[in-house]
Design a protein. Structure first.
Length: 293
């Protein structure tokens, strides 16, 4: 009995390209894509193209030019690119730091009637963050309002990261308060980003706000995924050590251990060093005013 050999279809190639996408291997994804029609007479559809575009965007290093080329190809086939394809191309702009190109693609997809979603908008804001373009990030929020898109935790997280890189801690705090007012729960990464914004520059005047943020992370207002983690304690211990507050640094070392995180040698070194600096300082003062007879 003869059996009919199975032929690969769009789903077969889509699965293969998805595997390349997960491996961040753009070259292999392109090899599979080009072999579809050439070797198997299977035309790639919008979904297959979307996976290939994503593979190019997430490649190491990113290949945004190739992602944009594929986006043009899918439009040339007569099947308009979908939201996933555009979002993948915008993500490529994010990785490459090409924030202007991300706005161009967002404007283009809106003109073509392709609706952006929360992931699309978060990718545009993240592209703005790479260049610290806070005005452009704010513009995305206005565009979302026009498109009736409600910002979610991912969007707020990307915006907070943008303002942190621009050294605008007040805007970070404003966005954090706004997202919590909208009953969105920030995760530890977002809260740590706000904390970094407050500790950047090591100003003692921010200690009170930093402590309030730490207490918030431990409060009932924050879900489990927003609880302090190892990185939180790294930020706090280094901040208080840099500000010559050894007691606070030591207290957070204890809290870190109590929460099940093992401090590394650098944290111990920072805490011990600042303690020695304080001791040396007071000894110099003592010798100045009470010299040995």
């Amino acid at each position: 009995m003869k059996t009919t050999p199975l032929k690969p279809n769009e789903f077969t190639f889509g699965s293969l390209i998805n595997a390349c996408n997960r491996a961040r291997n753009a070259e292999k994804a392109m090899e599979v894509l080009r072999s579809m029609e050439k070797n198997y007479n299977v035309a790639p559809n919008a979904i297959v193209y979307s996976s290939a575009i994503s593979a190019c965007a997430r490649s190491e290093p990113p290949k945004p030019e190739l992602a944009l080329q594929l986006l043009q190809e899918v439009n040339a086939t007569g099947t308009p690119a979908n939201t996933v394809a555009y979002t993948a191309a915008i993500t490529g702009c994010e990785y490459a730091g090409e924030w202007k190109e991300s706005f161009f693609l967002l404007d283009r997809m809106r003109k073509e009637g392709v609706e952006p979603n929360e992931i699309t908008m978060a990718a545009v804001i993240a592209a703005c963050a790479t260049a610290c373009c806070t005005d452009s990030a704010s513009k995305v929020f206005r565009m979302m309002k026009e498109d009736d898109i409600e910002p979610n935790e991912i969007i707020y997280g990307a915006a907070i990261s943008c303002f942190r890189k621009a050294r605008e801690p007040q805007r970070c705090l404003f966005l954090l308060k706004k997202m919590m007012k909208e009953e969105l729960s920030p995760n530890a990464a977002t809260l740590n980003t706000v904390m970094i914004a407050l500790t950047d520059g090591t100003k003692k005047s921010d200690s009170e706000r930093i402590m309030k943020l730490y207490k918030l992370m431990n409060s009932a207002h924050i879900d489990d995924h927003g609880q302090p983690n190892r990185y939180t304690y790294n930020i706090l211990i280094n901040y208080f050590a840099d500000n010559h507050q050894p007691a606070a640094a030591e207290a957070f070392l204890d809290k870190m251990r109590n929460d099940g995180f093992k401090p590394d040698v650098n944290l111990y070194t920072a805490t011990v060093t600042v303690s020695l600096v304080i001791v040396a300082y007071f000894r110099s003062i003592q010798q100045l005013f009470f010299p040995l007879v």
